[in-house]
Write a protein that binds this ligand. Sequence first.
Ligand code: NAD
Ligand code: UFG
Length: 341
Amino acid sequence: MRFLLTGGAGYIGSHTCVSLLNAGHDIVVIDNLSNSSPVAIERVEEITGKKIAFYVGDCCDEDFLNEVLDNEQVDAAVHFAGLKAVGESVSIPLRYYKNNIDSTIALCNALAAHNVKRIVFSSSATVYGNSEIVPMREDLPLGVCTNPYGWTKWMNEQILRDLHVSDPEWSVVLLRYFNPVGAHESGKIGEDPSGIPNNLMPFICQTAAGIRKELSIFGNDYDTPDGTCVRDYIHVMDLADGHLKALEYATVHQGVETFNLGTGEGYSVYQMVAAFERANHLTLPHRDAPRRPGDIAQSYADPAKANRILGWKATHTLDDMCRDAWNWQSHNPTGYPKEDA
Ligand code: NAD
Ligand code: UFG
């Protein structure tokens, strides 16, 4: 089959390109490169030995999307494109609402105009808000989000549910990711945060690389086994395979289904530091620091629904995640080469 991936040059999108191509599918990628490099697409082609139809452009631009879909016939779309920095979304909320919501509406209009009514959407565990009921199951009531980024995911889920009510021919799969980390085992593609990273693993990697002096551990007095926050870290290649399964599901089912993509295991920040040191035989300078505003003590998935219905299960271990993250970072200390961009 042939799939459209918006935001396919980004971190999760590029790894999903590899999974889909290796499974024998064709792909078309649209990305405005606002948070990614075209080198990611070249590297995916290198890893898979296959070509990608790649269009640089904005998913909020419906005319542009229509032009792409006039040229490229696809069976379904995965909508990764979006802005994702939680802190930044608090400073520039309108940009987040505009980009993340307009792009979904424009994409659905363009898909429907081409009679493609199958979409997989990149949602997030953030829609559970500050609920601390764990493990988190898909039928947990949606929470109150703590930032505009989270609300864009919450609203996009609602928009897609409403779309299906209006036209039951739509097949919508909402994937709620937990904490994606790691990289393709080749070390050719990985997470390349621009500016100051947002997430724990890039901070760990940059500290190990000497780019940062030490890792700050935000809060050691939470109500968790060792006092630091617990999260469900999932290898990005497991997440990528979840998209393959979700697309296969969306092509044979109509309706709206929501799936958690997580391992079901929670690890604390201290455990992550220890695992990274163990897997990579190095020492990571770190110190305890005050809590980060907005963090909840623990968040981990109940992935049983995805296991059962999609036939998907995360298989990579925490050591795999730490090893592959460092393999990418150490081979690409400054991310993708900028001169090729
Ligand atoms: P990313 O920033 O690496 O990838 C997103 C891609 O979308 C980038 O390549 C960016 O250039 C592109 N993009 C953004 N706005 C666009 C637009 N208007 N038109 C065209 N392209 C556009 O982020 P990621 O980590 O790969 O995340 C992919 C998706 O998954 C996002 O929607 C994100 O919110 C969601 N998500 C990510 C995480 C995470 O921790 N990484 C967790 C939960 C959900
Ligand atoms: N942390 C540190 N030091 C750092 C960075 C992070 O101790 O330098 C801690 C955080 O306090 C948190 C844990 O590491 O306890 C994980 O933090 P991340 O920022 O990596 O991940 P979050 O779970 O806070 O956020 C992620 C995504 C968001 C999404 C949220 C809820 O980044 O997009 O999950 O799903 F909204």
